[in-house]
Design a protein. Sequence first.
Lengths: 369, 168, 170
Amino acid sequence: MFQNYSQPLEFTNLTSWLDAALRENLPEFWAVFIELVLVGVVLLAAYAVLAMILIYVERKITAFFQARIGPNRVGKYGIFQTVADVLKILIKEIIHVNKVDKFLFYAAPFFMIVASVLTFGAIPFGKSLHAVDFNIGVFYVTAVSSLGIIGVLLAGWSSNNKYSMIGAMRSGAQFVSYELSAGFALMTMVVLSGTMQFSEMIESQAYCWNIFNGHISSLVAFVIYLISGHAETNRGPFDLPEAESELTAGYHTEYSGLQFGFFYLAEYLNMFIIASIAATVFLGGWMPLQISGWDGFNQLMWYIPSYIWFFGKVGFLIFLSLWVRWSFPRLRIDQLLNLEWKYLLPINLVNILVMVILVLTGLTLTDLF
Amino acid sequence: MAQQIIFYILAVIISVFSIMAVTSKRLIRSATYLLFVLLGTAGLYLLLGYHYLFAVQVAVYAGGIMVLYIFAILLTQKPGEKITPEPLRQRVLAIVLSLVGIVFCGYIIFSNITKVYTLVTQSELNTKHIGMTLMGTEKFQYLLPFEVISILLLACIVGAIMIARKRS
Amino acid sequence: MRTFKQYITGLFGGIKSLLSGLSVTWKELWIKKVTQQYPENRDTLVISDRFRAELVMSHDENNEHACTACGICEMNCPNGTIQVISKMTETEDGKKKKELDRYVYDLGMCTFCNLCVITCPSSAIKFTNHFENATFTRNKLVQQLNHEGSKLRAKKKEPISAQPVPKEKE
């Protein structure tokens, strides 16, 4: 379908060449083994590098929103600031607290990071840059990302600290509620595209992104997904699990050094994951903007490699999330739960019905035109 | 070969953590060990290529039920306190009962393993097929049991509201 | 039905207010940044005149100051920052007169409360906004404010309280 457009900057050739070379020279088992290890290493490296980039971008944009300049001392425009921060956090001492539940205290950060990495693996970064592509993609992502909350709860409890405990309970209530909305919003889009597999979803959005395809219903689902995704990552106006003014740092008050780094990293990467899933499900993922019939235009769009499209869309969504974060004051816990149970969830349930009707009666854009 | 190794690793994880879940003196730790057992089971499904069930296992048990367990434990009793061990007689009784349970389940599984084994022919069930089977009305489709279960859940919810409501 | 209407209007009202909030921050994103890049912009740095950084005693071109060594500032200082050391001298006509010997000010103990300046009856001292006061030892923070060999300015005819003496920059 897309092979007739020239794609000079894609990784497809590189990966298929690597695969062929490995299979030629090694037995099947070792070829697969090496490929798996390679994919794992690349994913982990991408995870760390993306986190550093995200932290830098977040600090810069935050500064601009507050009429400041932001980090500008380490390197030109401060681009090496996060590298320095990461080095510092790596060599920082991990403080051992006496009266904690040792096993749970040290296990909790790993729950966070494992949940986040597992989800990270399922993101399609570009054409042929997709590690885990189950046929239940969307469901897999929602399922695996729900593991992170256990890390938060255990961290809060095992710290033996009231602030941590309250923070963890708030975070638990918040996550469990908003996961529902996020799941329903994604389900709406599953109804529209008729599949849960990310790769098929992206293919089906080649000429019409889902957000346009389902017009009203899609837009509502998109907004709801952004809000609930934002709340799931404990950021912005929903950051009351770690509300500094009330709870010091919430569930990670007692953590230091690399353990705190894990929480920090997972938080930033969760923001990225939410944005990239929103981009994949609603905005066509790595698929360039194409218009059916305009071959010259489509070719032009294909010259821009797919991963640039992906990161462009994700960057836009991350900017949205930062914009929201620095615009609104923090919600109270009852307001937070009100928003979810009295507004987002009912709207979502109606919305999913509307979407089913749209799809069944053929009122989506692709059906109409 | 690789599958065998992974299977044995998962089996060891499941059995070790299920024993630890029972023997641990702290309630919240047992809950965590139980979580590891459930995740190990999810790993088994993944090993079988049964992705849908894997995701269900992780979402429902690890993401949903475990969070509820931990919440309930945190809310009810002092979770940090160690549990005093039961008297010896009860422990022996519990061991005997669980052994009986193992033998019973094991016998059923063992005598039926050949039938189940032949049933699995597809490598991967797709979601559409599962959905059709769950919500269809034809033969070997489960709309009626599905709805009956949802009525049961509805009854549970109504009952919970009845218990929790304020009596004026 | 009425509550349903309230629900809907509340929902859209909320969305509207959220959007107006977003527009405010959007404008904020593009305004000029206020950060001062301090060590680089020392030449162009503007510090407000009201900023209180260091106590000075103003001297005019004849090396004369207005301090009468009355000690009111010392009494008013809440934490003993100021020490007025006076000496008795004899004038030509044989009268004994109190005169300022040393005006010792410990910057390290000062809270910049401005009480000394407010209470000074002859407006002899003031705060400047010269803020780069860091030193390597604490002793250097103890300064003598009156210059070497300076003396009291001769009194003018009109009372000081009515019209304060115009002060020159040191």
